[in-house]
Design a protein around this ligand. Structure first.
Ligand code: PRX
Length: 659
């Protein structure tokens, strides 16, 4: 992250909010924002209680807003009952929104289809009735391993309707990762597709499910429901496998939404932490939905006429909050896209904004950086070649956006008339936490600016003490908020240890380093733990290390991140083999084997960009691997520090050689 840190520290441009946005925004002007912040500070319970009553439809009203008696296992609206799917669909049925497009879906090869809220409601009900008829009920867990599709949203919403807790696994994860999640979550149902289509290619999905289930530990799975996307050839287990369209066929298009306790888990989503095993982040129905909806209204300034497009995959939290739930609860029309930004050409995003008259666009810095390069290389697909006048707000998420990329986005995509919203948040936070607001916040390129009302973000030292403006420290949230993580599925100890370490006074520890400038603006510096951020995807270094050492040829491995112009960070692996040091072509062949192995163990996103072989790793005399030194070596820099505490200083030279 060092190049980002250097460039943000010299950044002093400020872009005031546009007057028309200030006038018309849902939070209009700095004073309105400050009034909300004050309301939240003075009486958090009254603030959140008011918002929950005004924004959600409750089957049974709550009497208590926040229960802190089991902190840090906070309970929000804990005696209230509601249903998330009813809050996303049924609430619109008797309003003009019912016949408005809910999802405009575009396939990889450009076919457009759409569903209205009324139609989406019917499809969700039919599918929910189908899985209910198979005997599934509230509290069971379903794994969803699907491509970007209306069907994926139908599957998630149907689960929510019945209280089945879903865990979506990104389609790019391997069968091995899938199996681990099926086991950890104790799934009884898997919903998948035959294949997914991306960049002109069909990629099988169902075979990965078959492999995962065959690998053992998944005996609780009773059915695999398959959405027929391509009709490609797949294996079929009679009795276990069912087509999604058959499950929904002949089912009534009304299905009563089950009233659920606000704390009933809505979903579990796995994300990387600093140990080898990903954590199942558990979110609750009431708090998650409230926070998803409020941030759609506040940050994205949701208006009835908007066409909202979040380019994330439903396999990540961004696709949960800003595709499957938030925009639907807000009654927005949204665009959903099956493919990739570079197919059939690198102008795909801009062409789609033009075609669907997108007003609010939300994507990742990696996409922006790679499209910047692509537009330079292929000027015919430069954003300036498209009509992007419909845009009014553009956002960014997932990793720090460097000021250069920010300026390009602002100028070339936003045409200097749309605010760039650099939204900081995490799988654990449920929705945005620190972000500019379109009608409020003067922007500084590279800063996620100010916390949302009710979010007590701060920068502290190791003892939880506030640090001064301009000083770096740990980013924490001092008070609970409704959208927060409730638990790590099946691991209460890890939940406390990871997020509420005792030395930090009960604050929520985000795991990011950050600093605040004199205007109170937050500048995120990247992770302070062993988590990497590659193209906005979180990846634990230990996860990749465990995958590597599982290969019979590998004795030892250490993984670090290296700054990368396009992907933010790149994975660099230092590997000791169970054999003599390979050279030349042989080394390249083994490196390729190991890369493919990691792709098979975790998924292609985890593939090391660079593999270095050595006879050993740099270790202290007590045997501790000096990752700090490896990070320097990975960057191709010379180690200038004192290395006399190393057992084997000469190893650094060996590890400097790229294969
Ligand atoms: O390091 C931060 C980075 O992404 C991490 C969270 O990753 P994940 O749970 O996968 O969620 C990604 C989508 C919300 C954070 O700990 N991150 C996220 N947004 C930003 C960011 N870093 C800098 N600026 C951001 N806007």
């Amino acid at each position: 992250m060092s190049s980002t840190i250097e460039s943000v520290l010299v950044e002093n441009r400020v872009f005031p909010p546009f007057p028309d946005l200030v006038k018309n925004a849902n939070i209009s002007g700095m004073e309105a924002y400050q009034a909300l912040c004050r309301e939240a500070e003075q009486s958090p319970d009254a603030f959140w209680g008011r918002l929950a009553r005004e924004n959600l439809v409750w089957d049974k009203p709550f009497s208590k807003v926040l229960d802190e008696s089991q902190a840090p296992s906070y309970r929000w609206f804990g005696d209230g009952e509601l249903n998330v799917s009813a809050n996303c669909l049924d609430r619109h049925l008797n309003t003009p929104t019912a016949d408005k497009a809910a999802i405009i879906f575009e396939t990889d090869d450009g076919k457009v289809s759409q569903v209205t809220y009324r139609q989406l409601h019917a499809r969700v009900c039919e599918f929910a009735n189908g899985i209910k008829a198979l005997g599934y009920q509230a509290g069971e867990r379903a794994i969803i391993y699907m491509p970007m599709s209306i069907e994926a949203v139908v599957a998630m919403q149907a689960c929510a309707r019945l209280g089945i807790i879903h865990s979506v696994v990104f389609g790019g994860f391997s069968s091995r990762s899938l199996q681990e999640r099926i086991v950890d979550v104790g799934a009884t149902l898997v919903i998948t597709a035959d294949e997914q289509v991306r960049g002109g290619k069909s990629i099988p999905l169902k075979p990965a499910v078959d492999d995962a289930l065959a690998a053992g530990g998944c005996e609780a799975v009773k059915h695999v429901i398959v959405y027929k996307r391509t009709g490609g050839k797949i294996g079929w287990h009679e009795g276990r496998d069912l087509w999604m369209h058959d499950v929904a066929a002949n089912q009534p298009s009304v299905c009563a939404a089950v009233p659920l306790n606000a704390e009933h888990p809505l979903f579990i989503l796995y994300t990387s932490g600093s140990t080898g095993k990903p954590k199942g982040v558990q979110h609750a129905c009431g708090g998650f939905l409230l926070w998803a909806l409020l941030t759609v209204k506040w940050t994205f300034d949701a208006k009835d006429a908007d066409v909202f497009w979040c380019t994330a995959d439903v396999g990540w939290v961004t696709g949960h909050t800003y595709i499957a739930y938030g925009p639907l609860a807000a009654g927005l029309t949204q665009v959903m896209f099956e493919g990739v930004p570079t197919y059939p050409n690198v102008g795909r995003f801009w062409e789609m904004i033009q075609r669907h008259k997108v007003t609010v666009f939300y994507t990742a810095p990696t996409a922006i950086r790679s499209l910047t390069k692509a537009a330079d290389a292929e000027p015919a697909y430069h954003p300036r070649e498209y009509d992007l006048d419909s845009l009014r707000i553009i956002g960014s998420v997932g990793e720090p956006i460097n000021p250069e990329a920010w300026m390009w986005y602002y100028t070339e995509v936003g045409r200097e008339r749309c605010p760039v919203l650099d939204t900081w948040w995490q799988t654990e936070t449920g929705a945005h936490m620190i972000t500019p607001l379109p009608g409020v916040t003067p922007l500084k390129p590279g800063s996620c600016t100010l916390p949302l009302p009710g979010i007590a973000a701060a920068i502290v030292d190791e003892a939880g003490g506030d640090v001064e403006a301009g000083q770096g420290g740990f980013l924490v949230i001092k008070r609970p908020w409704p959208g927060m993580i409730r638990a790590i599925w099946g691991d209460p100890e890890r939940f406390k240890k990871s997020y509420f370490p005792p030395e930090l006074k009960g604050y929520y520890l985000a795991g990011d380093g950050a600093q605040r400038d004199r205007d109170g603006y937050f500048w995120i510096m990247g992770r302070v733990d062993d988590v990497l951020n590659v193209s906005g995807h979180r990846l634990g270094t230990m996860e990749v290390e465990s995958a590597l050492v599982a290969h019979p040829m590998v004795a030892e491995a250490a993984v670090v991140g290296r700054p990368d112009d396009t992907t933010g960070e790149a994975v660099v692996a230092f590997v000791v083999l169970n054999r003599s040091l390979p050279e030349g072509e042989e080394a390249a062949a083994i490196a390729k084997q190991l890369r493919d192995w990691v792709a098979k163990e975790i998924g292609p996103i985890a593939k090391p960009k660079d593999i270095r072989f050595g006879e050993n790793l740099p270790k202290t005399r007590s045997g501790k691997i000096m990752r700090r030194l490896l990070r320097i070596v990975a960057k191709g820099e010379k180690v200038t520090q004192d290395v006399s505490t190393l057992e084997n200083p000469a190893i650094l030279d060996q590890l400097s050689q790229s294969v």
